[in-house]
Design a protein around this ligand. Sequence first.
Ligand code: NAP
Length: 286
Amino acid sequence: MKYKLAVIGSPIKHSLSPFIHEKAFSLLGIDCEYERTEVKEDELGDFINYVKSSGICGFNITMPLKRNIMDYLDEIDGEALLYGAVNTVKITNGKLKGYNTDAEGYKKSLEETGFEMKGKNIVFIGAGGAAVTVALKAAMEKAEKITILNRNISRAENAKEYIFDKTGADISAMELNSSNLARLLKNTDLLINATPLGMSGTSSDYENLSFMDSLKKDALVSDFIYNPPETKFLKHAKKLGLKTINGLGMLIYQGIISDSIYLEKELDYKKLKNYITSEYIKANMQ
Ligand code: NAP
């Protein structure tokens, strides 16, 4: 059997999904065709009509459709409902079921460093879709304390209220500024950049990272960004002797978890992730 899969979103040209899924299926020895389809918000209905008769058995969803897709599904997994976002759809007998594998992907990538969210003090810079999804996961994993700092404080407040309402977690919201960060970071176990600051193709970046001086020596510093592999944020943390992790593991793991949904079986996540990572590094060295 040949698996026909796709990724949709806009822009989609630079999506790494075809690379990740094709490498995973090749290591698994399964025949797969994975297409990349540009779909804008107002084209989603047409795509859904097409996909039901296309032989496609599942598809991934990226920006800006992760929320909109929910209106077109027959069923939504509980975790995706909680996040209010779907990144994976499996089609069975013409019925579409949505899942979200982003936060589980992040959790798996953290676990590789030996870090568990349970009992930890976690600080997010940013309150967008990715921050809220991972903060909800941290709350479900029983993090001791979660703090969200954002440029737009009302977005951070809304995120805090939603997460508290759903999970009862100990969570605070604050305005993003260096003095708030410097004060908070003394007791932080995991600091996450969940903004596009420092991402390739954007012009904005952190101007001053001296707030990181307050971090404990055993704190972990994480960036959801994977391109460049080491942002200024991570470089600074490394210079301070802190452990760091970029967003590549999160990206690859969320894809492999999607594949386990398409194939309806557990996979050797670590083996697949190591293989895809080495292929990605090889491809980017050429
Ligand atoms: P989003 O929903 O658009 O949210 C962006 C967040 O960044 C908001 O909190 C926004 O603050 C903040 N921000 C943007 N520009 C800023 C600036 N110049 N200064 C300060 N804050 C700024 O985006 P998202 O989906 O959450 O994604 C966030 C980051 O995670 C992106 O870099 C994305 O590529 C990355 N990501 C990686 C993965 C992965 O698999 N590795 C998965 C998902 C996302 P305001 O509310 O104040 O505008």
